[in-house]
Design a protein around this ligand. Structure first.
Ligand SMILES: [Zn+2]
Length: 213
């Protein structure tokens, strides 16, 4: 399957590729997104241009987008109700940008539209890397912390636990990210269970297999 990946760093994108292959159960071919984004809100801002580029100039079947939640509102099942949209939820926002962009595009290169894959890492992608390795780390733990006003951990602490430093070199970051992504790719069920923001991405990806065949 040919797809483009848009995330907040080259290390995230390398790990995401492995996770996506784990969910799809097949190797993927990466199509360059043509533009890079670094952090929020830049990802949401460049997405329409990237979608148009992929749609008209490439044979990518889909675009997978993942951002960190940071301190934003966490997407919950309530947000999945038809027509519901939470303006402070990044998952809802990215889905809305996707929907609004693709609906204006005429069919191109033999397909109706670029397929959507959207995920949000709560509060940061390092949470996904620690899943199953550090029992205190989960989306539920973060949500409880938001409700009580006492976060269970900070994003800096998550970085320490994954990289052994707050400012890893890019090669070290990629090495650590890939190691954890490969562990999850063998079986993504724990990550999907503990991180609904990943499960949303996985569910999107599973609809691709049906659309493409
Ligand atoms: Zn939402």
């Amino acid at each position: 399957m040919k797809l483009a990946i848009l995330s907040e760093s080259p290390a995230d994108e390398a790990a995401l590729r492995v996770l996506i292959e784990g969910v799809l159960g097949e190797p993927v071919q990466i199509v360059q997104a043509a533009l890079r984004a670094r952090g929020w809100p830049s990802v949401a801002q460049v997405m329409p241009a990237i979608i148009r580029h992929l749609h008209f100039n490439t044979d990518a079947e889909g675009l997978a987008v993942v951002v960190d939640a940071d301190d934003s509102i966490v997407h919950t099942a309530t947000h999945d109700a038809p027509g519901y949209f939470h303006p402070q939820c990044r998952l809802c926002q990215l889905r809305a940008v996707f929907r609004q962009t693709v609906k204006k595009l005429p069919p191109a290169r033999g397909r109706e539209r670029i397929l959507r894959g959207v995920g949000v890492a709560v509060p940061a992608v390092e949470g996904w890397y620690l899943c199953g390795r550090d029992e205190s780390v989960s989306e539920a733990a973060w949500l409880e912390g938001q409700a009580s006003g006492t976060p269970p951990y900070t994003r800096h602490q998550l970085k320490w636990r994954v990289y052994g430093t707050e400012r890893p070199s890019l090669p070290h970051e990629i090495r650590c990210a890939l190691e954890e992504a490969k562990r999850h790719a063998r079986d993504t069920s724990r990550l999907e269970n503990d991180f609904p923001g990943f499960r949303s991405l996985a569910r999107d990806l599973r609809t691709w297999r049906k659309s493409a065949r």
